[in-house]
Design a protein around this ligand. Structure first.
Ligand SMILES: Nc1ncnc2c1ncn2[C@@H]1O[C@H](COP(=O)(O)OP(=O)(O)OP(=O)(O)O)[C@@H](O)[C@H]1O
Ligand SMILES: O=P(O)(O)OC[C@@]1(O)O[C@H](CO)[C@@H](O)[C@@H]1O
Length: 315
């Protein structure tokens, strides 16, 4: 019997303040035309989407005690189990400026520094959750107080316990997580380029770098490419998907939604084409709205019929 229990770990959550603007001018006064404030952070976004799809989700990580109310509301609304460690202070507010054609400028702040005591508390929570959960999603940046070595060791321990770890991060945290061979990684093309130390613009370059990752023991390498879609390596075989052409409202959280879709597909043990077309459609739908979430599953199914999936020759 499949269980649909998932833990998502957000070490550095954020309130996302999204502002709509016709055209952003650096160094000038910019008037914002519309605004939204939503609890976010990569693991929380994944949790929200998974909960809406029907998974039983537990969230953990570090949450500031001063502005936790919107997060708590979200967890209550979506029946998400709250296992966050509270830390003194306010979780960061990240600013997302969305210009008319859908271009997003992210202003991501550092977040609250985490104490050694809080780190130990989180380790105990992860240890307990590992007794009853097989799937963990670790996503987002590291706040100060969490070393990259810690991240590597957490993923290593979970993998040694046979857990499926989905991992999505960037910069030094991405490199640290990759060292522990998570079960699935989802860099976007830019993050992968940064990791590789060279600009990967062609599909062949992305495949080559993805193959290198696959050879390190990572079971699934999922590369997201915005409107170009997704490349997915599993068992030495690449598949590519292309989403339908859509009007972009905001791309914030599209990558998290893709991770949630891949995770949901795995929980359901769908075949590869179904998994990839579903996750691609789900993430494309995310782009048509400001916040992440699946209001209407029939919309996802309609998008899924327009996604193309093809096998790629891997030389
Ligand atoms: N303009 C778009 N049109 C259609 N689908 C899109 C578009 N942008 C993103 N997507 C879908 O969302 C997926 C993830 O997008 P992207 O590659 O931008 O992730 P990301 O950079 O990790 O996102 P973020 O960090 O903002 O959450 C893509 O692979 C694609 O399936
Ligand atoms: O600084 P990080 O943790 O890498 O990214 C944080 C963040 O940009 O990721 C989500 C979108 O993917 C947002 O909800 C959030 O603001």
């Amino acid at each position: 019997m499949t269980n649909f229990r998932v833990v998502t770990v957000t070490l550095n959550p954020a309130l996302d303040m999204t502002g709509g603007i016709a055209e952003l001018k650096a160094g000038a006064v910019n008037l914002i035309q519309s605004s939204n404030l939503n609890p976010g952070g990569k693991g929380i976004n994944v949790a929200k989407v998974l909960a809406e799809l029907g998974a039983e989700v537990t969230v953990t990580g570090f949450l500031g005690d001063e502005n936790q109310v919107p997060f708590k509301h979200l967890f209550e609304q979506k029946n998400i189990h709250d296992a966050f460690i509270r830390v003194a202070g306010a979780s960061r507010t990240n600013v997302k400026l969305v210009e008319e054609p859908g271009r997003v400028t992210d202003l991501n702040f550092p977040g609250i520094a985490v104490s050694e005591d809080a780190v130990q508390k989180l380790e105990r929570v992860l240890h307990t959750l590992a007794e009853t959960h097989d799937v963990f999603v670790i996503a987002g940046s590291l706040p100060s107080g969490i070393s990259t070595e810690k991240l590597t060791s957490w993923i290593t321990v979970l993998r040694e316990q046979g857990k499926k770890v989905f991992f999505d991060s960037s910069n030094a945290a991405l490199a640290a997580g990759l060292k522990a061979s998570p079960w699935l990684v989802k860099p976007n093309d830019e993050e992968l380029s940064h990791w590789a130390g060279r600009h990967l613009s062609k599909e062949s370059e992305l495949l080559e770098t993805g193959n290198t990752l696959g050879q390190t023991g990572i079971n699934n390498v999922v590369i997201s490419r915005g409107s170009e879609g997704v490349l997915w390596l599993k068992d030495g075989v690449w598949f590519a998907s292309k989403p339908p052409k859509i009007k972009v409202v905001s791309t914030v959280g599209a990558g998290d939604t893709l991770v949630a879709g891949m995770c949901w597909a795995q929980l359901n043990q769908w075949d590869r084409e179904t998994s990839l077309s579903f996750a691609t459609a789900l993430s494309a739908l995310a782009v048509t709205q400001v916040n992440v979430g699946v209001e209407d599953i029939t919309q996802v199914e309609a998008f899924q019929r327009q996604v193309t999936v093809k096998l790629i020759k891997n030389d």
